[in-house]
Ligand binder design. Structure first.
Ligand code: IMO
Ligand code: MG
Length: 430
């Protein structure tokens, strides 16, 4: 048995989809366990870019089973669109290689309306959500008024649930948020159609996963977002509404922690964040713009420009500790070519004190200044290198410094978007 969780160890967009695609080769099943269409996992194959929001990135490897677990919140229109796009790109997607949990919660039109209206009303203290209804749908799940996939595919249950929920939602939309009410018939018609189309994929994925594990199959749990956006451990309230860390893999799939053997973290060679909230190693001015341009740092879900900064070891060490991360996948090392100096944040200065642990307070995080170690940069193009020993000494020193300051070994580095542009430094399951 060797089941592994792969999570983002920063603020999302670390390149999780890209790394899952690389290691999906070594597993039988890839499952998502949290988040929804707020995720945008980008994979480039033969020059063609594919962005996945719900479907695990393992779908792009032939013969792998993809599972959307109970902890995911599903926007059925977006999911069906994703299936269509994959098919037109030549991938085979059918009820034999894609399974959707009957317990997953469904994103409804009012969730998106509420998300957008609330953000608008927050003005310059808004969270900067993706506008996909993520907060409101998880709220409904916890408040026990959500609609699950099992109801979506059953017309009578959907009618009953939608009628009762919509009454309250329309009051809230019109009286509190000053929005238009939502028409029952329109939503009911649209969603029963979605239910019919998705029905073949729906099953009890927790039973399925446990049976697969018993049969000796290897499972990869694909995290979305990142630890610093986790609802408990992220920079609250500037977080997403789910458990993006490794713990979410168990609650979001119905697989016991005793069945999980490894947790790996994906980190970018620098840091990015999209949306509001503290970001201690953020770099402003020309240097920040240079990172954005070199790294093409624009959101794959919303197209928003990402905020950019240096690698933050304090944050990654925190992520690693909380989640038991035993190996890092480091992406976009090639992007750092052409920077005269490269910095790594190793502490936060706050009120004349140096903090080396990630603080829980947004107030502290917002008002601290980063303490950097500075390394020499390199001019060599890295994207075509095949071996670790081909890397310039400055790049190797950078990798060493990351391992030393985060306390976690790097097992793979990525030097570009295509499948070949990776160098494994260590055996994955050693
Ligand atoms: P992947 O899986 C980066 C951010 C949003 C916002 C906050 C809350 O591609 O790494 P939400 O819509 O979830 O309520 O927004 O979380 N966010 C992400 N940032 N990558 C993501 O996903 C994200 N998903 C949500 O920008 O700051
Ligand atoms: Mg993304």
């Amino acid at each position: 048995m060797s089941n592994l969780v792969l999570i983002g160890a920063q603020w999302g967009d670390e390149g999780k989809g890209r790394i899952v695609d690389v290691i999906a080769d070594k597993v039988d099943v890839v499952t998502r366990y949290q988040g929804g269409s707020n995720a945008g996992h980008t994979i480039v194959i033969d020059g063609e870019t594919i962005i996945l929001h719900h479907i695990p990135s393992g779908m792009l490897r032939e013969g792998k089973l993809s599972i959307i677990g109970n902890g995911v919140v599903v926007d059925p229109g977006v999911l069906l669109d994703e299936i269509e796009r994959l098919r037109s790109a030549g991938y085979v997607v059918f009820d034999g290689n894609l399974k959707l949990s009957d317990r997953a919660h469904v994103v409804m039109p009012y969730h998106k309306d509420i998300d957008l209206a609330r953000e608008e009303s927050l003005g310059n203290i808004k969270i900067g959500t993706t506008g996909r209804g993520i907060g409101p749908v998880y709220e409904d799940k916890v408040a026990r008024r959500g609609i699950r996939v099992s109801e979506l595919i059953d017309k009578e249950s959907l009618e009953k649930r939608l009628r009762s929920v919509l009454e309250e939602k329309n009051l809230y939309l019109t009286k509190v948020l000053d929005r238009e009410p939502i028409d029952f018939e329109r939503v009911y018609g649209e969603y029963t159609q979605y239910g019919e189309e998705l029905k073949p994929y729906v099953t009890d994925t927790s039973m399925l996963l446990n049976d697969l594990i018993s049969a000796g199959k290897r499972i990869l749990f694909e995290g979305a977002q990142g630890v610093l956006l986790d609802v408990d451990f992220g920079t609250y309230p500037y977080v997403t509404s789910s458990s993006a860390g490794a713990g979410g893999a168990c609650t979001g799939t119905g697989v016991s922690p005793t069945k999980i053997d490894h947790v790996f973290g994906v980190v970018k060679s620098y840091t990015t964040r999209v949306g509001g909230g503290p970001f201690p190693s953020e770099v402003s001015g020309e240097l920040g713009l240079k990172l954005r341009e070199y790294g093409a740092e624009y959101g794959s879900t919303t197209g928003r420009p990402r905020r950019c900064g240096w690698f933050d070891s304090v944050a990654v060490r925190y992520s690693a500790k909380l989640n038991g991360i035993s190996g890092l996948a480091l992406t976009k090392l090639d992007i750092l070519t052409g920077f005269e100096k490269i910095k790594i944040c190793v502490g936060y200065e706050y009120n004349d004190e140096i903090l080396t642990n990630f603080p829980s307070s947004v107030e502290v995080l917002t008002n601290c200044s980063p303490v950097y170690e500075e390394l020499g940069g390199w001019e060599d193009e890295l994207s075509n290198l095949a071996k670790y020993s081909d890397l310039p000494p400055q790049a190797r020193a950078f990798l060493d410094k990351i391992e030393e300051t985060t306390g976690v070994p790097i097992f793979v580095i990525s030097l570009g978007a295509s499948r070949e542009q990776v160098i494994f430094l260590k055996e994955l399951f050693s």
